[in-house]
Every structure is written in C-alpha cells, then in structure tokens.
Design a protein around this ligand. Structure first.
Ligand SMILES: C[S@@+](CC[C@H](N)C(=O)[O-])C[C@H]1O[C@@H](n2cnc3c(N)ncnc32)[C@H](O)[C@@H]1O
Length: 216
C-alpha cells in the first residue's frame, strides 16, 4: 500500500547552506537537460508575460523564458536566500527577471496579470495547494496557460533508486527522499484539483513526476 504523505516544509528552503547546495543541484539538472523545460514548453505554454512559482535559483524559468522568447519573467518565491541566487543567475543569463518575495497561497499580483504561470518541484511544499491552484487561475489572463510539474510519490521504486543515486551533490540525497515522501500521487492530485478553478486541468505522469496543465 502507498505510504501517506509526510509534509516536508511550509516555508520553502531557507537555510543558506542548503540553498547554495540546491543551486549546484539545479544547475546540474539543467546541464543534463533533466529539469522538465522541454515538457513544459510541449504542454502548450506560449511565453508572453510569464510567472514562475517557487523558482528557487531560477534555472527552470530562465531556460523556459529563453526558449519561449518571453516578454517578461516574474518569480514568486518564499525564500529570500533563493531570491539572491535567482537574481545572480538571471544576470548570468542576461535576462531582466523580477523575483518577488511572496507565497503562492496569496499571490501578490492583480487578477489576469500573466499569459503563462508555471512551476517545477515546488507543489509538494505548498501548505494549501487548493488555494494556490485558485490563485494561479486568478492571476492568469483569459486565454493564458499554466503548467505545474513536480515529483510524484507513486513513482516506481526502481526509478526512485535510480534518481537517488544520480542526485548530485550527494548531500542533496536525503532532501530528495523527503521531497518524494511529501509529493502527491496522480490520484491525490486529480482529486484535489476537482474542487478548484483548475478542475479542467490535464494530469499526466511522466518518467518520475507529474504534470498538471491547461488553459483559462
Ligand atoms: C525544490 S525547490 C524547486 C526550485 C525550482 N523550481 C527548481 O525546479 O529548481 C522548491 C522551491 O519552492 C519554494 N517554495 C516553497 N513553498 C513556497 C510557497 N508557498 N510560495 C513560494 N515559493 C515556495 C522554495 O523556497 C523553493 O525555492
């Protein structure tokens, strides 16, 4: 039987040493082409004014903004230490991104502000995903698209072992396990979405994660 979710954190990754290590990890994932950017683009995101939720050090959004030729890139991130890394990395990309300290449960943006809303690897940390899903819908323009990707707890144990052993730096491996234990299964997320403004979303399982996407 599938083990129950074990909540990881409601405050995001705050510790500065962990943040620095996460930056190395996320940079490595980008370099291997494993950060889901191609799948996000393939889900039909069109660029325009883009909002990233929980950007961490920013690589996913920066790569996606580059790929989709975005008009603007805004990030809403709960950890000030992550924002410092994201700003440094945006400078390296030559992209003028705007990282805002905030919580996905109460996005600090007007209704219908963005053409694209996306997020990778952050959903399992959200205290109240139902509120976050409704917030995504609220800030999205009519005709806009969203894509939320994350780990999934119902991944096959062999894949779990494979990802665990390829996680670098090694110090990130316990964090990978706790993130996986906090992640949703496909059926849990489908049930959660049912009572939100994203109730028409398409939910798919990929190699080791899940993808929630759709339009307004
Ligand atoms: C595992 S990291 C993923 C970072 C990045 N998206 C990536 O794929 O490399 C999760 C990020 O979500 C942020 N986060 C967690 N809860 C959040 C919330 N409620 N609002 C905004 N950001 C949040 C964390 O601080 C962290 O930077």
């Amino acid at each position: 039987m599938m083990k129950l979710r074990v909540i990881e954190t409601n405050e995001g990754i705050q510790n500065e040493v962990t943040v620095e290590m996460f930056d190395q990890f996320a940079r490595g994932m980008r370099d291997k082409g494993w950060n889901g950017v191609d799948a996000m683009a393939a889900s039909g995101l069109t660029g325009g004014n883009m909002l990233e939720l929980g950007p961490g050090p920013g690589y996913v959004g920066l790569e996606l903004a580059k790929k989709l030729n975005a008009v603007s890139l805004t990030g809403c991130e709960i950890s000030p230490a992550m924002i410092q890394f994201a700003e440094k990395n945006a400078t390296e990309y030559g992209i003028k991104a705007n990282y805002v300290l905030g919580n996905c449960m109460e996005l600090p943006f007007e209704d219908e502000s963005f053409d694209t809303v996306f997020s990778n690897g952050s959903l399992h940390e959200w205290e109240n995903p139902i509120r976050a899903f409704n917030e995504i819908y609220r800030v999205l323009r009519t005709g806009g698209r969203y894509c939320i990707t994350d780990l999934r707890r119902d991944v096959h144990p062999l894949k779990k072992a494979m990802i665990f052993s390829s996680t670098q730096p090694k110090e990130m491996r316990p964090g990978f396990i706790s993130s996986l234990n906090a992640a949703y299964t496909i059926s849990e997320i489908t049930e959660l979405l049912r009572n939100t403004d994203l109730n028409k979303a398409t939910v798919t399982a990929d190699f080791f994660g899940l993808c929630i996407c759709g339009g307004k």
